[in-house]
Design a protein around this ligand. Structure first.
Ligand SMILES: Nc1ncnc2c1ncn2[C@@H]1O[C@H](COP(=O)(O)OP(=O)(O)OP(=O)(O)O)[C@@H](O)[C@H]1O
Ligand SMILES: [Mg+2]
Length: 356
């Protein structure tokens, strides 16, 4: 393990131009933990940071042990770190101000797969854009969902183009439809298309920003196991396809051999992990690879997150001197008690022999 270069996430903290940081990977590997820690670290070098969970099964609240909603809330103990939890699948609330408008919109949206979800994601991005955070960190849902989310700007751009061409082709029909749905001129075709047009600028802007490696990066989180390696490769390929920058991999839950491991199970798992660690380093030699140790306990609450965060900026050091002393002391006393047991055993055997 020692011969592998020790990477850190310092590069993300130092890249001042970054505006969007996505954190993603397979379920349960540590996305929420890592994105929370990244946001805490960024808060110490940036003027303001927002962390957004786009996972319908929100767990920022668990990580920070504080309730969050769909409006940015200051994280306890910070003056410039905000968190919010949004559900991309939830209805867009401010698209239309009448039922007729909503149903017309749904009709149209139904014609373009994914546009409904894309629309609410875009609404959220639009809102966030206006709030002027220095950097925005996304705690994303497991892989498949995230990739869909990243495609949204393109889906929307295509959808809008389609609607525009429909409007041009069937201009008259649109006004008939709006009348049919019982809407006055205020909610007619121009209002609808106006809204979509208005959104188009945001979408185009965001799409441009997501594809700009100076402004956006994707941090892949994984664990040293086959399925996770496989999924990471798929993720990296998809990101490349969408032209989204990625150059950091966090390998979480690594078992380091800093303790004298006696358990057969642990030894076997360490051997397995080593095999996949080697493959990660081979496949991603142009990435920053950061290894994080598997802890005996969960990483929840700001204190635990802060203390775990030192593994993000400094390569993991298995032994610091006080730990080493304590560990040796524990071993000496364990050996002493074993010796005492053995001596007693020997005494017993000797006494038995004398009697016989
Ligand atoms: N290195 C680690 N050592 C010990 N526990 C960890 C470590 N990393 C994460 N955990 C714990 O593992 C659990 C899962 O982590 P986390 O919630 O960050 O994963 P996730 O990828 O966001 O999961 P999900 O896909 O369900 O959103 C949490 O309870 C977290 O505290
Ligand atoms: Mg999570």
């Amino acid at each position: 393990m020692e011969d592998q270069p020790q990477g850190t996430l310092q590069n993300v903290l130092e890249q001042d131009s970054l505006k969007w940081v996505f954190v993603g990977g397979k379920g349960g590997v540590g996305k929420t933990t890592c994105s929370s820690i990244l946001s805490i670290l960024l808060a110490s070098v940036r003027s303001s940071v927002l962390i957004i969970s786009t996972d319908p099964a929100h767990n920022l609240s668990d990580a920070f042990q504080q309730r969050f909603t769909k409006t940015p809330t200051l994280v306890n103990g910070f003056s410039n770190l905000y968190a919010m939890e949004v559900d991309p699948a939830v209805e867009h609330d401010d698209m239309g101000s009448s039922d007729g408008m909503d149903s017309l919109f749904s009709e149209l949206a139904g014609a373009i797969p994914g546009i409904d979800e894309a629309m609410s994601f875009a609404e959220m991005l639009k809102l966030v854009q206006t709030m002027d955070y220095s950097v925005i960190v996304f705690d994303t849902a497991p892989t498949g969902h995230t990739l869909r989310l990243l495609q949204f700007p393109s889906v929307l751009e295509k959808g809008l183009a389609k609607m525009m061409s429909l409007k041009n082709k069937f201009g008259g029909l649109f006004s008939q439809m709006t009348r049919m749905f019982g809407m006055g001129d205020d909610f007619g075709e121009d209002a609808l298309l106006g809204k979509l047009e208005g959104m188009k600028d945001v979408i185009e802007q965001v799409n441009r920003q997501f594809k700009d490696p100076d402004m956006t990066t994707f941090v892949c989180v994984c664990i040293p196991e086959f399925l996770s390696l496989y999924e990471t490769e798929r993720l990296v390929q998809e990101l490349t396809k969408f032209e989204i920058d990625t150059h950091n991999i966090i390998i979480n839950q690594v078992i380091f051999d800093d303790e004298d491991v006696e358990s057969k199970l642990l030894k076997a798992r360490m051997k397995m992990q080593q095999k996949y660690l080697d493959q990660f380093y081979m496949l991603y030699d142009d990435f920053n690879i950061t290894k994080l140790p598997l802890l005996p306990e969960e990483v929840t609450g700001v204190e635990a997150l802060r203390s775990f965060s030192r593994n993000f900026t400094l390569p993991y050091k298995p032994l610091c001197s006080t730990d080493q002393v304590e560990r040796l002391e524990r071993r000496v006393s364990a050996l002493q008690s074993q010796l005492k047991d053995a001596e007693e055993e020997l005494e017993k055997v000797k006494r038995g022999k004398q009697k016989a």
